[in-house]
Write a protein that binds this ligand. Structure first.
Ligand code: GLN
Ligand code: ZN
Length: 761
């Protein structure tokens, strides 16, 4: 019996990797110093796995930027625009692929980045073309194996499998069937396996998470032929599946000719029992029992019972593991000393999860060992400090959710009717112009916020400073000539944290960082109980801002689905229940804003799509409650109030009707990079309400021209009647500088005025 994890976070407990990367990019340290940080982190994390009592350390989960990008470089998948330079150990080349630039070499546009399944981790999308060749071209993995062996560790290597790699890639140039590349890809995998074996590696973890998706028949068959070809007697492959259930891929997964199978028990429901029945006698089964997607301790008693049942059948062939890589949780809960002790004790970050896995394995092997029993009982008691305890619960909030009616989730009249009422109040021109909410977060703004937090600045002085920022943003917007203004969000550190800090039911960690992409980390708030709003959160700022201008000022809120999606939530309360509690809190805020005279209120939902379950069968239920939560937040007001929402993507092809069902009066979305993709969705479905397809890509420091933006608007007008079109950038501007923002918005307004004339506005 063995204990292991599928991967460990690489960022470091104090975000050492982030700091080193950023120092290297800005020229403060050299490459050897960066390499040294990487080495220290790898060694520390292997040591943690060994000390906890795991049987393997996992090698290959480390990456300076992204593990999928590493895999591309390993196989020589480098887009032509980055030149013909060899990948061999070329760190700057990897940074150019990821970010478009690096301390050395020619800038070029970066590869696309996208979300890793339903997590908030983003990977660099491999760019493949029909003629794609693969060749082993990067020694990094081999060096890391040697590094771990030299330290005396027992090594298990992790790699993304060939089918998942192809699935996650994108075709460039002429369209082609990605599966045709498998022929060329497999020999390189075989070669990689041989070289790892030559180093003495005996176990390779091959990640194939796409086995938890609805797969086309051709891909299912490809699994069979691929793994038949990769099969070899002298090497043990552990095929790992995670993030969901296997369902119709279950038999396939059980019978592929590999030495072992890993399944995600945390998300797999009762499937593990079916797998026990189907698994061939020669295979080991790794049960992913400790949840790698949340920060809470496991209920060891429950897990132990499950594992005992599995052990009765499998004996030594049972392995104990995390459900997925621990990449998606923070590193260590030990520093969280400031939190209430019941919360702190209930935390299990990556480091604590290692111990849980080891305790479970030890208890299965030697159930009567006194030391093991004590460790088990302590961990189990800690689990119970928060879970199923009533301390953070609030029956009044639960009752309010219970009492919600159908009418609460519906505006008073249909869109067409309320649009007329709103236009009578707002009197907006054709193609109204606006922005998404935030304006540049300058060093001064950050300094003032920090000074308030540390107590160096009084609340009064802080409020004055923020009012000054609001006035500045208003003056700029008036000069630019925008129609609907925003206050600029200077007072907000983060669009979720800002609200979480003011709501009941949340706590905040000191150091609970999780990698989002590259050096970027997020520190998700933690929902520990029922959520409610003790007082108004944004009204004072919105009211002040509106009093300073004759233009309409948008109120600016984050929606319930996004607040939930970007937090770590307690698991013994359903996500639907938490979303509805959040919806009521936001609804109260919307109502208060309206009562304070704010006529346009934006409820951002950039994470609306990302919470969608991976399996189609489960999606309808999600759309139902997520849509309801949004509508509850937006429906407590009269028809005269215009509700906007904002989303940071444009792939609506498969969900446009659910976006429409949110019934926001205006939706602003990200389309500047792919205006054509948006139109595809609108050809098939007549979106009924108003929409502002972003005409300016805020992720780029370039100032878009009048013509480029006018062109995008003309394109959009082919799919959406101009009476329902708005003009705006594709996201908030907080990461940009004022000069580029001004120049870009001036061009945007110029383009709008030109089209208004042509279109008779
Ligand atoms: N209102 C937010 C802003 O402008 C929206 C951010 C987002 O969509 N991620 O910053
Ligand atoms: Zn956005």
């Amino acid at each position: 019996m063995k204990a292991h994890v599928l991967g460990f976070p690489r960022i470091g407990v104090n975000r050492e990797l982030k700091k080193s990367l950023e120092a290297y990019w800005s020229g403060l340290i050299d490459q050897s110093a960066l390499e040294k940080t990487g080495q220290e982190l790898r060694q520390r994390h292997w040591q943690a796995q060994q000390s906890a009592g795991l049987d393997f350390v996992t090698v290959g989960d480390f990456a300076f930027y992204d593990h999928l990008l590493n895999h591309s470089l390993r196989f020589g998948v480098i887009p032509a625009r980055f030149g013909t330079e060899q990948a061999a150990d070329n760190l700057d080349l990897s940074f150019r692929l990821a970010r478009g630039r690096a301390p050395t070499g020619q800038d070029s546009h970066a590869c696309e980045m996208t979300k890793w399944f339903d997590t908030n981790y983003h990977y660099i999308v491999p760019e493949l073309h029909a003629e794609q060749q693969f060749s082993l071209s990067d020694p990094r993995l081999f060096n890391e194996v040697k590094e771990a062996q030299a330290l005396g560790h027992s090594v298990k290597v992790v790699l993304v499998g060939p089918l998942s790699y192809l699935w996650l890639s994108k075709c460039y140039g002429t369209e082609f069937d990605k599966l045709t590349l498998l022929e060329r890809l497999l020999p390189v995998y075989a070669q990689l396996f041989s070289e790892l074996m030559a180093l003495g590696v005996t176990w390779i973890q091959v990640d194939e998470p796409i086995l938890c998706l609805d797969l086309p028949q051709a891909w299912q068959s490809a699994f069979e032929s691929a793994y038949n070809r990769l099969q070899r007697r002298d090497l043990s492959l552990l095929l790992t599946t995670y993030f969901g259930t296997l369902e119709e891929n279950l038999t396939l997964a059980c019978h592929l000719p590999v030495a072992g199978l890993h399944i995600d028990v945390a998300r797999g429901g009762n499937e593990w029992r079916q797998v026990l029945d189907r698994l061939p006698e020669y295979k080991i089964l790794s049960l992913g029992i400790v949840d790698g997607r949340n920060i809470w301790r496991a209920d060891l008693a429950e897990q132990y019972a499950l594992l005992s049942e599995a052990k009765a059948k499998l004996g030594e062939r049972l392995w104990v593991s995390s459900s997925c890589s621990l990449l998606h949780v923070p590193v260590d809960a030990t520093p969280e000393v400031k939190l209430p002790s019941d919360v702190r004790q209930a935390f299990a970050f990556a480091t604590q999860k290692l111990t849980e896995i080891a305790i479970l394995k030890q208890s299965l092997i030697s159930p009567s060992d006194a030391q093991v029993q004590t460790a088990f009982q302590q961990a189990e008691a800690a689990y119970h400090t928060l879970n199923h305890s009533q301390k953070w619960r609030n029956p009044a909030v639960q009752q309010r959710v219970q009492a919600l009616t159908a009418a609460d989730a519906q505006r008073q009249t249909p869109f067409a009717q309320r649009a007329d009422i709103q236009q009578q109040v707002l009197a907006l021109p054709l193609l109204p112009t606006t922005t998404i909410g935030s304006f540049p977060q300058t060093g001064e703004i950050r300094r003032v916020r920090a000074a308030l937090k540390s107590g160096q600045l009084s609340v009064d002085a802080y409020e004055q400073a923020m009012q000054h920022e609001i006035n500045y943003a208003i003056k700029e917007q008036e000069e630019i000539g925008l129609d609907v203004l925003v206050h600029g969000e200077a007072e907000r550190n983060d669009m979720v944290e800002y609200f979480g800090e003011q709501l009941e039911g949340f706590v905040f960690t000191l150091n609970g960082w999780v990698q989002s992409y590259g050096s970027r980390c997020v520190k998700p708030p933690v929902i520990v109980g029922d959520v409610s709003r003790p007082f108004a959160m944004t009204v004072k700022w919105a009211q002040y801002a509106q009093s300073q201008t004759r233009h309409w000022m948008k109120g600016m809120l984050t929606g319930p689905v996004t607040i939930l999606g970007w937090s770590f939530a307690r698991t013994d309360i359903s996500r639907e229940q938490i979303a509805l509690q959040l919806a009521l809190a936001i609804r109260d805020e919307v109502n208060d804003l309206a009562a304070a005279g704010i006529k346009i209120i934006q409820i951002d939902e950039p994470a609306f799509r990302e919470g969608l379950p991976l399996r189609q069968r489960q999606q309808a239920n999600y759309w139902q409650w997520a849509g309801r939560a949004f509508r509850i937040s937006a429906s407590g007001i009269g028809d005269d109030i215009q509700i906007h929402t904002h989303m940071c993507y444009s792939e609506f092809n498969d969900c446009i009707e659910h976006i429409a069902a949110m019934d926001a009066d205006v939706i602003t979305i990200e389309t500047a990079r792919s205006a054509m993709e948006l139109l595809k969705a609108f050809e098939a479905f007549d979106y009924p309400n108003a929409i502002g397809p972003g005409v300016y890509d805020i992720h780029s420091p370039q100032v878009p021209t009048v013509n480029s933006m006018a062109h995008l608007m003309v394109t959009a007008a082919k799919g959406i009647p101009v009476q329902r079109l708005w003009v705006n950038p594709d996201c908030g501007l907080k990461t940009r500088g004022w000069p580029e923002v001004k120049a870009s918005l001036v061009n945007m307004v110029t383009a709008t005025k030109k089209l208004r004339k042509e279109w008779g506005g």
